[in-house]
Design a protein around this ligand. Structure first.
Ligand code: SAH
Length: 251
């Protein structure tokens, strides 16, 4: 058997947001590799081997997956959302780059998934209709001053900003610091959306102004969207307002 490694994303949660290609790759795999919480979302068959690991061991997990592929297994490496967005695909390539030359000959495929930013934006309306960027607020893999510098640059440049890893138990205070920094740059009325556990039974959407945005509305399953000066709300009677960014700005 010739080995194969597929890095795929499960989407934000619901089965309908898993692509048919990713579902087919899961069905064809002999071995499923991933963070426990993501593998728990996959119906693993009796003839498939599950290799669940803890969070934060991405590189070890990637190397283990590459070794399995080299042994001839059909390996699916599973991420939430899209595997290329703050997830396993880069860890696999970091491992290949630093690993034995033979790993470069392996059959490696990356299959896209619906990332949290897109799922959250669709629920809210169309906040990404003009220029936007995505950032991880975590300082696990970059220094905190770099996070603040990029955030300020993106806000000053007029981008809508999608913040991944906005808050965790280990980093309870950084989102508050980030919001304070943004208040020096953006109008107080700038909309801020907290999209939590999108696609799950406990999904929650909160919309606030930048002036009133409460970091306690975020946890480790929250995508925070910071509007641009053009981002606005369309109020609706008895329903959550739509959040959108017009397609263009005046010259
Ligand atoms: N690869 C994933 C992102 C991994 S980083 C993707 O493409 O979506 C983990 C962060 O993603 C979380 O801290 C949160 O900010 C965001 N996230 C993941 N799933 C989410 C969901 N269902 N709803 C809202 N945000 C989510």
């Amino acid at each position: 058997m010739t080995g194969r490694l597929v890095v795929l994303g499960l989407g934000p949660g619901p089965a309908g947001m898993l692509t048919p290609d990713a579902a087919a790759a899961l069905a064809e795999a002999t071995d499923l590799v991933g963070y426990i919480a993501y593998l728990d979302r996959v119906a693993v068959r009796g003839d498939q081997v599950r290799h669940a690991s803890d969070n934060r061991v991405e590189l070890d997990r990637a190397r283990a997956a590459l070794r399995l592929a080299q042994q001839g297994r059909h390996v699916a490496v599973v991420s939430g959302g899209d595997p290329g967005v703050f997830a396993m695909a880069s860890a696999v390539f970091e491992a290949i780059e630093a690993g034995p030359a033979s790993w470069r000959a392996l059959d490696v495929t990356v299959l896209p998934g619906i990332t949290a930013m897109l799922a959250a934006a669709a629920r809210l309306g169309a906040p990404l209709g003009h220029d936007f960027c995505a950032m991880s607020l975590s300082d696990n893999l970059k220094p905190w001053p770099v996070v603040l510098r990029r955030l300020a640059a993106a806000a000053s440049a007029g981008f809508v900003i999608a913040l991944y890893n906005a808050r965790s138990r280990a980093r309870p205070d950084q989102l508050g610091v980030a919001l304070m920094a943004l208040r020096d740059i953006l109008p107080p009325t700038t909309p801020v959306a907290f999209a939590t556990a999108i696609g799950r039974p406990d999904e929650r959407l909160d919309i606030a102004t930048l002036a009133a945005a409460d970091p306690d509305l975020a946890d480790m399953r929250t995508l925070v969207l910071i509007g641009s000066p053009e981002t606005r709300l369309i109020e609706r009677p008895g329903a959550r307002p739509w959040l959108y960014t017009p397609r263009g700005i005046a010259a």
